[in-house]
Design a protein around this ligand. Structure first.
Ligand SMILES: [Zn+2]
Length: 245
């Protein structure tokens, strides 16, 4: 499978779906990241770009695409929709993650809206949460207990941002762990990531015993039976009342 995660700033994707992406990459799936800005409002863009690349390496991502939009000025326009569509047409992802649309940060809101248009032909499309998300009520969960330490490392990789939470002595890693713990409790596991699905197709696994084949004569019998049922339906007298005018 190919997975594309779309975030506004370095560390948004890691916070929202980093554990899930680690799990996908560990299973051999291809993970791509689209990061719209370099977060120049929150620090040096060069440093933040490097931190993003370091985090992507921990995830095991195949590629990071930097949108190079200006931090706090991510637009909601046709140009960004087209930009995302071009990446989707090139990568052909099976599953896409992005910000939940109800968010106090305009970059998150605008990117979410653009992504919703750009992903309209992609089968599976999920919203993730962040510290500024509002009214988020997940309906899809991923157990991230086994990768929670790696997820901590993802956020620590964004070294310049760890303490920038606007709450004294509370680092982003603690935000993340509290969220993962809360979502975990809701899903009855220790740590989880929660998502809201725009579309999500259930995979129905093959549960047939592997070594049983239907012999040809059975197939003939089944075909005959189907024919007789059809004939029966045509000739049988039903007790259903008919109303005639
Ligand atoms: Zn952000």
């Amino acid at each position: 499978m190919k997975i594309l995660a779309i975030g506004s700033h370095p560390d948004d994707i890691e916070y929202g779906c980093g554990g899930t992406l680690i799990r996908f990459a560990e299973q051999g799936h291809e993970v791509y990241l689209f990061v719209a800005t370099c977060g120049n409002f929150g620090g040096s863009p060069e440093i933040r770009k490097q931190e993003q690349l370091n985090a992507a390496e921990i995830i095991g991502a195949k590629e990071v695409i930097f949108g190079d939009y200006i931090d706090t000025q991510v637009p909601m326009n046709q140009e960004l929709i087209q930009r995302l569509e071009n990446e989707i047409n090139r990568i052909k992802p099976d599953l896409i993650f992005t910000h939940y649309p109800d968010d106090t940060h305009q970059d998150h809101r605008n990117l979410s809206t653009c992504a919703k248009s750009a992903t309209r032909f992609v089968k599976d499309f999920l919203f993730f949460e962040g510290p500024t998300t509002q009214n988020f009520n997940p309906n899809i969960y991923v157990d991230v207990e086994e990768v929670i330490t790696k997820k901590q490392a993802l956020l620590s990789a964004h070294y310049s941002q760890v303490e920038k939470t606007n709450i004294k002595d509370v680092a982003i890693t603690r935000f993340m762990e509290s969220t993962a713990s809360f979502r975990g409790i809701k899903g009855r596991v220790k740590f989880a990531e929660g998502f809201v699905a725009v579309r999500y197709f259930l995979d129905i696994p093959d549960n047939k015993p592997a070594d049983i084949e239907v012999p040809e004569k059975f197939e003939e019998l089944i075909a005959k039976e189907i024919k007789e049922v059809k004939k029966d339906n045509f000739t049988k007298q039903t007790k259903v009342k008919q109303k005639t005018f």
